[in-house]
Design a protein around this ligand. Structure first.
Ligand code: HEC
Ligand code: HEC
Length: 218
């Protein structure tokens, strides 16, 4: 049995209209059907897991992601603003209805918490300090303000980071950073340049520590 989402109605109206800023995903989605989304997600299961919990650290988990975010990222892959050969291919044939349904399905799934070994305690603690307090010397904003105290994100635009694979988190922060350094070869788009600018200011060590902490959050 698939339960329908209480918030499915919200997806009906996320649009660029009114006073929505440039941060809003460039989408206006039809009403979502999570059950149809589960069916459509079958082709995604080999990489993202049947319920959106991926077992390969290079492939992100999608389960429990904030609603709106998955549809927005799929639309960025479709337009080529976010570049990844696999995902540009996967997203190319998806309709707006598919985006809405897939989004509704994955965001309704339960996440599995990440595990970090005891010997990485120091890295996790350093990551936690950065996540909660930011990094004053370079005026790096605290991650907590957009990704939430538990890393659960804020719909529609701030993704969940808690429990996500470390390798994937590191890859993305490095992708944001590289996209800011050399815009002509940018692979990861960020609305209003938020994440590209933040990642640009982080050292590789800080990126490792933050990724360990976010993975350990649940
Ligand atoms: C062959 C493996 C593969 C398949 C099949 C696949 N993906 Fe992906 N997916 C990836 C990889 C790799 C990434 C990371 C891309 C990057 O680095 O930007 C990704 C990223 C994503 C993201 C971005 C997640 C985030 O947190 O930003 C979404 C959303 C997504 N995939 C949805 C889907 C959907 C929906 C399908 C099926 C229609 C699908 N994927 C099929 C490998 C795959
Ligand atoms: C002002 C809001 C804001 C702050 C502060 C912020 N983020 Fe983000 N973050 C975003 C948004 C929005 C996205 C989605 C991508 C985009 O459109 O920029 C994102 C995406 C991400 C992603 C990619 C997730 C995925 O599934 O692909 C990671 C990782 C991340 N942020 C980590 C961090 C870390 C670590 C910090 C603190 C050093 C931080 N963020 C601070 C807004 C923020």
């Amino acid at each position: 049995m698939i339960k329908l989402l209480p918030f499915a109605a919200v997806l009906v109206s996320f649009s660029l209209a009114g006073n929505a800023s440039h941060l809003e995903p460039p989408l206006e989605l039809p009403a979502a059907d999570a059950a149809a989304g589960q069916d459509k997600a079958k082709v995604c299961a080999s990489c993202h897991g049947a319920d959106g919990n991926s077992t390969n650290p290079a492939y992100p988990s999608l389960a429990g992601q904030v609603y709106g975010y998955i549809a927005a990222q799929l639309s960025l892959f479709k337009s080529g603003q976010r570049k990844n050969d696999i995902m540009m291919g996967m997203a190319a044939g998806l309709s707006e209805q598919d985006l809405a349904d897939l989004d509704a399905y994955y965001s309704s799934q339960k996440t599995k918490p990440g595990v970090v070994s005891e010997k990485e305690r120091e890295a996790v603690l350093r990551g936690e300090r950065l996540y909660r307090g930011g990094y004053a010397p370079l005026q790096v904003a605290a991650c907590i303000s957009c990704h939430g105290p538990q890393g659960h994100g804020i719909p529609l635009r701030y993704p969940r980071v808690a429990g996500q694979h470390r390798k994937y988190l590191e890859d993305q922060l490095l992708a944001f950073k590289g996209s800011y350094e050399t815009p002509e070869t940018a692979v990861r788009f960020s609305y209003g340049d938020i994440m590209t600018r933040i990642a640009f200011l982080l050292s590789d060590q800080q990126i490792k520590d933050l990724s360990a902490y976010m993975h350990a959050m649940n």
